[in-house]
Structures are given as C-alpha cells and as structure tokens.
Design a protein around this ligand. Structure first.
Ligand SMILES: Cc1ncc(COP(=O)(O)O)c(C=O)c1O
Length: 385
C-alpha cells in the first residue's frame, strides 16, 4: 500500500512548483497546480536505490551500465508490448533537449515542422528558436474531447519535414488510439515526414486506456520515428534529467547523436541512472496505484463540476495527471480568468493560451497531488466562479 494522501511540505526544496510562486504568479500563497510534477513522494524503490548510491561517497564520471538498459528494455516490453534493443537507445538529459536536437538533426532553416495545438508549448520554441516554420495542425474540440484533423494534417504534411507529436497528448488528456496513430503514421510515411513522438506521458495512463508507442505499430513506422521516453513524469523524478530516446533507424540515430555530441550532451547523471533503473525494475505496482488515485482525483473534479459548478467543464481524461478545463462559459477574458484564479481563488494553474491555438478559454490544473489539495481547489473555484 502506498500513501498518496500524505501531504509533504515541499517549500524550501528549490522546487519550481512551490518555491517560484511569487515569481510566476506574483502571489506566494497560491495553491500551485501548474507545472507538471507531482506532490507525491517518489516510490521507495527509487529512494532506496539513490540513498544506497549516495552512501558511497564518491560521485565521479559515470557510464550507463547494462542493467540500466535492461531495466528500461524490459519495462517497455512489459508495459507497452514493444521490443526494443539496447543500441536503439540514446541518452538525452530531457525530452525538450531531445526535441530541439531532433529539429536540428532532421531539418534545415525554413523547413516546416508540424505541431498539434493546443500542445506542450516548448515545442513551439524548438521550432522558432531554430529558425524553422511552425505548421499548426490544430486539434478539433468536440463534446469535451479532442480529435486529430486528418484532412488538414494531410495538407500540412506536404510541406513538412517533421512532426512533433505529443502522445499521450499534453494538455488535452488524450491517449491516442491505435487507429489514430496508424492513420497519422500513414500520412507521415506518404509524405516522408519524420515523426518525433514525445511519449513522456506514456506510463501515465488512466484505467481502461492503453498507450500505443507509435513506432511499435510497424517496421515502416519504426524506421521514421524518434520516440522520447523518460522516468521523469512516471516516477516524479524530473529533477534527475535522464531520458531515453529510442531511434531504430541507424541513419536517423547517427544524425541525432551527432547533434547531441556537438554539444557534448552525452554523459548521464549518476542518480538519474540509478533512479531510472530502480523505477523501471520495481515501480509497476506504485505506478498502477498512483494512476488509480489520480483517476479518483479526476472523478472528484468531474462530479463536482457537474453538481456544483457547471460553468466549468472538464475535458475527457484518458491519460496524464493534468486536467484540461474549459472556462469559456464564464464569459470572461483569459486575463480576467487568470486574475480571478490567482487573486480571488488563490490558485496557480497553467493558462490554456500558452499551449497555442485552441488553448484560449482553458486552464490546465495539475491533479498529481493529494486529494485534500484537489478538494481545497474545487472549493476555491466554486467560491470564485
Ligand atoms: C509533453 C511533454 N514533453 C516534455 C516535457 C518535459 O520534458 P523534460 O523535462 O524531460 O525536458 C513535458 C513536461 O511537462 C511534457 O509534458
């Protein structure tokens, strides 16, 4: 049994979510439900492994041991039914680093890169900062859920080199189906578009849904896909900056590695390696219980909105711990919604508008937190809206 109700005081640990409230919201007292890390303690199997390694008091240069790779390979097979090989796995400190490296590796200045807004906003920066052209394939919002606009995707794919895919999709909570991924994959194959499949949320699947790694669907797709995975969201270890980038195609892999090597981004973090290995080897039960707990938080929000606060609408949740909430029925501007949240409700959420086209009128609320905080947030929302 794991205690996800336990409230841990995170203040004063140099964590972005709680300790930067004044800087981000101009209000140091908001209940922070924004950046995507959780207020749950990392599973014991990871804490113990890190403590054990820390007890050896020399922390010199590190290489990735075979057992680190084995643990990840077995995890991907066990959890996602995808058989990968050690040689396919490239280190990156973070997924945003990998997305930027991929943009540099597989496109030239001025080339088109497809994104599907509303989507994780650092994708936009990886395109604009590197002088590429952002092509929006905006998701379709219907009946409190989102669909891919495949017709528009077919058109955009004609002038694109790459697509930055979020699967599952942050912030709209979709766990893309096999059919959707096959259709997207087919369009990319037809148009020779390389797929950067950001699957950092792959393990955060709500009960009843199933994550499909796009590259696992066919050999053809595996040849054109760069899959980005990491333990950071899965086990709440984002601060260790250790990610696994899976690239089967040797040419694509070498191009990616060349960019990473040019920046000397090749050495791992000793504790990141230990944490990954332990989590992937022993973290299944914790993860399953954690996602069941998160489902409880989503249910709480859904029921509360239906019964007590129908002016707010929760998008259907299939994956992640990030609730995507439609505030448009309040009739308020984005600025007014944010002001009211921060100053009247005392809540720190992520404004939907930062996720690009289609994000306006929405807020993202992090439910990776003890239920006590969710209840407090709901009461604050009711009193304010
Ligand atoms: C879709 C997505 N990709 C990447 C990241 C961040 O990755 P990293 O911290 O490894 O750069 C996040 C974090 O919220 C995310 O939601």
């Amino acid at each position: 049994m794991f205690d996800f109700d336990k409230v841990v005081d995170r203040v004063g640990t140099a964590n972005v979510k709680w300790d930067l409230r004044e800087k981000i919201f101009r209000n140091a007292d908001v209940l922070p439900m924004w950046v995507a890390d959780m207020d749950f303690e990392t599973p014991d199997c990871i804490v113990k492994a890190v403590q054990e390694r820390a007890a050896h008091h020399i922390y010199g240069y590190t290489f990735f041991e075979d057992k680190y790779f084995e643990s990840f390979i077995n995890w991907v097979k066990r959890r996602h039914q995808w058989e990968i090989e050690k040689d396919w796995i490239v280190f990156s400190p973070g997924i945003v680093t990998a997305a930027n490296a991929a943009v540099l590796a597989y496109s030239e200045k001025g080339d088109g890169v497809i994104v599907q807004p509303p989507v994780y906003f650092p994708f936009f920066d990886s395109i604009s900062r590197n002088g590429r052209k952002q092509l929006n394939n905006q998701l379709i919002y219907l009946d409190q859920t989102y669909q891919i606009d495949f017709e528009d995707l077919s058109n955009k794919a004609k002038e694109a080199k790459l697509i930055l895919l979020s699967s599952p999709h942050n912030p709209v909570c979709r766990c893309w189906t096999k059919e959707e991924m096959l259709r997207l994959g087919e369009i990319c194959l037809e148009n020779e578009v390389i797929i950067i499949s950001d699957e950092i949320h792959a393990d955060l699947i709500l009960p009843g849904f199933k994550h499909i790694p796009l590259a696992s669907l066919s050999d053809e797709l595996a040849e054109v896909t760069v899959t980005c995975m990491a333990p950071s969201k899965t086990f709440n270890v984002a601060g260790f900056f250790t990610s696994q980038i899976i690239i089967k195609n040797v040419k694509l892999r070498n191009r990616f590695k060349k960019v990473m090597e040019s920046l000397h981004l090749i050495h791992g973090n000793i504790f990141g390696m230990v944490a990954s290995e332990a989590g992937y080897a022993h973290g299944d039960k914790w993860l399953d219980e954690m996602m069941t707990y998160v489902q409880g938080n989503f249910d709480l929000v859904q029921n509360f909105f239906e019964k007590e606060l129908p002016v707010l609408q929760l998008s259907k949740a299939e994956a992640t711990y990030l609730a995507w909430i439609d505030f448009s029925k309040t009739g308020l501007s984005n600025k007014k919604i944010k002001d009211k949240l921060v100053n009247d409700a005392g809540l720190g959420l992520s404004p939907g508008s930062i996720f690009g086209a289609g994000g306006s009128g929405f807020m993202r609320m992090n439910l990776g937190t003890p239920q006590k905080n969710v209840i407090e947030a709901l009461e604050k929302l009711k009193a304010t809206f």
